[in-house]
Design a protein around this ligand. Structure first.
Ligand code: GLN
Length: 235
């Protein structure tokens, strides 16, 4: 948190992990961009604060927030997770999501999570709900190995290379990867959970949490929220 000279506006540091399109990604110049970034910027405009973005691994976000290195997490983070709720405070939900199993387009044997077998490797991103689910499958002996990676871009690459047989990840994000590489990846079976994304602040930071919730309600009310969702999902 910082007050900058001229504008007298407070600037908050927003942490994210940018291999999570369309929520958290990078542009050609490696700037952090995405729906989460535009939403928190719009919330800031409404509530009179500015933001800068920090690139962290997903499992580094909660520790960075707790240490005060960042003020807000905007990273498609599931707010319904009780372990996370013990460590941070979440805003109102802004997006409903779910986990899905993804396989290569030409895979005709894996039609759902139940078709995974003890000789298979499954990838997911470190610290995520998908990683927890994947680790569970490994611990139960249903798969050979949970391949836990820093970036989802790497997970998708390993899937395409045949290094892993499946990836467990959030549906809208896997869909974004599918769009980038048409006819290579598909999702199979039923959703493995239901999630609600929220922005996170340090436990007890009610002042900032109230600003985020008020701004979120206002940008929903005035149509900015829907406009941004539409923009980022139709790129
Ligand atoms: N929604 C998932 C979670 O909360 C994944 C988020 C992400 O990879 N950015 O763990």
């Amino acid at each position: 948190e910082n007050t900058s000279g001229d504008s007298e506006k407070v600037t908050y540091k927003v942490g994210t992990e940018p291999t999570f399109p369309p929520f958290d990604t990078t542009d050609e110049e490696q700037n952090i961009v995405g729906l989460d970034m535009d939403l928190i910027k719009a919330i800031g405009e409404d509530q009179g604060f500015e933001v800068t973005f920090e690139n962290l691994t997903f499992d580094g976000l909660v520790p960075a927030l707790k240490a005060g290195n960042i003020d807000i997490i905007a990273a498609g983070m599931n707010k319904d997770d009780p372990e996370r709720q013990k460590q941070v405070d979440f805003s109102d939900a802004y997006y409903e999501s779910k986990l899905m199993v993804a396989v290569t387009e030409d895979n005709n044997t894996i039609k759902s999570v139940d078709d995974l077998t003890p000789d298979m490797k499954v990838a997911a991103q470190t610290g995520t709900t998908g990683a927890t689910k994947t680790q569970e499958l490994a611990d139960e002996g249903k798969i050979a190995e949970a391949v836990i990676l820093d970036g989802l871009d790497t997970a998708m690459m390993q899937l395409l290379n045949g290094d892993v047989q499946a990836v467990i990840n959030d549906k809208p994000v896997t869909e974004a990867y599918m769009k980038k590489q048409p006819d290579k990846i598909k999702m199979v079976g039923e959703p493995l959970n239901a999630e609600n994304y929220g922005f996170a602040v340090q436990k007890g930071n009610t002042e900032l949490l109230e600003k985020i919730n008020a701004g979120l309600a206002n940008i929903k009310e005035d149509g900015t929220f829907d406009k941004l969702v539409d923009e980022w999902f139709n790129k």
